[in-house]
Design a protein around this ligand. Structure first.
Ligand code: SAM
Length: 261
C-alpha cells in the first residue's frame, strides 16, 4: 500500500521509539535520532524505510487502530487495548452494531468502537466537557473514523435520536446515575458495560445493575505481563502496569409484565 499525501505513518525505530506522523510533501520531523524527511515518504510503500540525518533507520509502518489509540492526544485517562478487546467480545460488538457511549473523554474507546462497527453501524457518544469532546473529535478524525461517530453534549441526552442500541458503554465516575437514561435505549438482551477504576464504584454499580433487573452481571480485571523474549534469558519484564480499571458487564432482561423497568 502506497503512502499518500496526508496519510498517517507510524515511524518505527525500536519498541521505545515510535512516532505517529502525517506525511506531507516537504515536511521534516525532528527527533533525537536526527531529522526525518517525512515528506519523502509520500509515494513510497508502507513497510519501506527512511534514514534520519544521523543515519538512523526508521521503518514506515501503516498505523493500526492500536497505534491511533495509544498515540492519541489525551486530556483524560483512556481505556487501554487489553480492556478494549475484552469489551468487544464480551458485548458482541461487530460490524453494524449500534453503540451508546457515555463519557467520550479523549475518544480512546470511541476510536476502537467505531473501527469495529463500521461501515454500517454507529457510535453515539456523550460528554459533559466540550474541551474533551473537541480533542476526541480530532483523534477520531485522525483515525479516519468520523463518519461512524456522532458526538453529543450530555444535555442532548433526551433529544438525541439514537434509537435502540445493541450495547451501552459507560465510562464516567458515577455510572449508576446513567442507568435510567440508557436502559430504555438498550435493546432487550443487549449488553451494558461500565468502566470502573475503583472497587467502590464497582460495588455500587453491581448493586445498581441488580436493582435495575440486569442479569449475567459479571466483574473482571485484566492484567498484561510483558515478556522479554531473548535467547537463553527469556523472562517477564521487571516492571508492569498494576492496575488500569475493573470492568462490569450486565445483560438486559425483559420484565415479565412490560419492557420497562
Ligand atoms: C475517563 S473519561 C472517559 C475516557 C474515554 N473512555 C477514553 O477512552 O478516552 C470520563 C469522561 O466522562 C465525562 N463525564 C463525566 N460525567 C459525565 C456525564 N454525566 N455525562 C457525560 N459525560 C460525563 C468526563 O467529562 C470525561 O470526559
Amino acid at each position: 500500500m502506497i503512502i499518500e499525501e496526508g496519510s498517517y505513518v507510524l515511524l518505527y525505530h525500536s519498541l521505545q521509539k515510535t512516532w505517529l506522523v502525517e506525511a506531507n510533501t516537504g515536511k521534516k520531523f525532528h527527533t533525537h535520532l536526527g531529522v526525518i524527511e517525512i515528506g519523502e515518504a509520500v509515494g513510497s510503500e508502507f513497510g519501506s524505510h527512511l534514514l534520519s540525518s544521523k543515519g538512523k533507520k526508521v521503518i514506515l509502518l501503516e498505523p493500526l487502530v492500536y497505534d491511533f489509540v495509544m498515540k492519541s492526544e489525551r486530556l483524560t485517562q483512556i481505556v487501554y487495548p487489553k480492556d478494549l478487546a475484552y469489551i468487544g467480545i464480551r458485548c458482541g460488538l461487530s460490524s453494524g452494531s449500534r453503540v451508546m457511549e457515555v463519557g467520550t473523554g479523549s475518544g480512546g474507546l470511541t476510536t476502537y468502537l467505531a473501527s469495529i462497527v463500521r461501515p454500517s453501524g454507529h457510535v453515539y457518544t456523550f460528554d459533559v466537557n466540550t474541551k474533551f469532546t473537541a480533542i476526541a473529535k480530532k483523534n477520531i478524525k485522525k483515525a479516519n473514523l468520523s463518519d461512524f461517530v456522532t458526538f453529543y453534549d450530555h444535555t442532548q441526552f433526551q433529544e438525541a435520536n439514537c434509537g435502540r442500541v445493541d450495547l451501552v458503554v459507560i465510562d464516567i465516575g458515577d455510572p449508576w446515575t446513567m442507568l435510567e437514561k440508557t436502559y430504555e435505549s438498550l435493546r432487550p438482551s443487549g449488553t451494558l458495560v461500565a468502566i470502573c477504576p475503583t472497587m467502590n464504584q464497582l460495588e455500587k454499580m453491581s448493586s445498581a445493575l441488580t436493582e435495575f433487573g440486569f442479569v449475567f452481571i459479571d466483574s473482571i480485571e485484566l492484567m498484561i505481563r510483558n515478556i522479554e523474549a531473548r535467547t537463553g534469558k527469556t523472562r517477564p519484564a521487571m516492571r508492569m502496569i498494576g492496575h488500569t480499571t475493573y470492568l462490569i458487564f450486565g445483560r438486559k432482561a425483559l420484565q415479565n409484565t412490560s419492557d420497562g423497568h
